[in-house]
Design a protein around this ligand. Structure first.
Ligand code: ADP
Ligand code: MG
Length: 265
């Protein structure tokens, strides 16, 4: 029901207007995310995944429809919502600690215990002893951990993750999947993860929304079996239900290809 959703899109259409005209990126999207839920958005490149995240983040307002956060219409970015991208955007001239503190600085909520909080978070995310180091001294996986620390330090209720692991080596990506799922579950966060990796969506999330392009719409929704949600991504990957979810996802994406390949609109 509407009132229990922490995030909601109501009949959202978004049109980008540029010098050469207008482009409808997403159309008629209705979506509800429950508190504590881990939602994945998948779909072919250009189907509007990042647009949906940007709308949820309040970076711009929908052309039609409404975005609600805790039942209130979103009018701009909120400290309750954290955003993590594929690129880490750590500032090379700042130490990892000072990168981590950036969100608190921007929010003007730095306090005497903020440094302790940042260092503790870095420890918990597997980055002990890095507080005084610089991002260029760290590996890609470590930098994404630092970016996660920076996102979590402001204690957002909701995390929006746009392909945060896609630039990483496979085993580092698996480690980060574990870390993000367990950390966000422990902290009771709600998350929306955009990924082009179907296995990642199945291993990490409670529910997967498949978007189709032209313009971006919801094609289908796959609910991940309870047993997989309760366990770590690695464990989930080894369960028989995992293959079933992957088969459903693959079938959904293939049907989009077929529809798109027809060339008739
Ligand atoms: P995805 O993240 O699924 O790849 P996006 O949300 O980035 O898709 O983009 C959806 C569609 O909107 C694409 O066709 C893209 O080219 C277009 N688009 C995205 N941002 C803009 C923009 N600022 N101006 C015009 N078109 C845009
Ligand atoms: Mg994108």
């Amino acid at each position: 029901m509407t009132q229990t959703a922490i995030l909601e899109l109501q009949q959202v259409t978004h049109v980008y207007v540029h010098s050469k005209g207008a482009f409808t990126a997403v159309e008629n999207i209705d979506l509800q995310v429950a508190p504590g839920e881990f939602l994945a958005l998948v779909g072919p490149s250009g189907c509007g995944k990042t647009t949906v995240l940007n709308l949820l983040a309040g970076l711009f307002l929908p052309t039609v429809g409404a975005v609600l956060l805790e039942g209130e219409k979103v009018a701009g970015p909120s400290p309750k919502v954290g955003y993590m991208l594929q690129q880490d955007y750590l500032f090379p001239w700042r130490t990892i600690q000072n990168n981590t503190l950036l969100g608190l600085e921007i929010q003007k909520t730095l306090q005497s215990n903020s440094i302790d909080k940042a260092v503790k978070l870095l420890d918990e995310l597997g980055l002990p002893g890095t507080a005084q180091r610089y991002s260029y001294e760290l590996s890609g996986g470590m930098r994404q951990r630092a970016a996660l620390a920076r996102t979590l330090v402001t204690e957002p209720q909701v995390l929006l993750l746009d392909e945060p692991f896609s630039a990483l080596d496979f085993h580092i990506k698996l480690q980060l999947e574990e870390l993000v799922k367990s950390t966000l579950r422990r902290l009771g966060k709600t998350a929306v993860l955009v990924t082009h990796d179907l296995q990642e969506a199945a291993a990490m999330c409670d529910r997967i929304i498949v978007l189709q392009p032209g313009p971006g719409r919801i094609h289908s929704e796959i609910v991940v079996p309870d047993a997989m949600r309760q366990v770590s991504p690695q464990m989930a990957r080894s369960m028989p239900q995992f293959l079933e979810v992957l088969e459903q996802l693959t079938a959904a994406l293939q049907s989009i290809d077929t529809e798109g390949g027809g060339g008739v609109e």
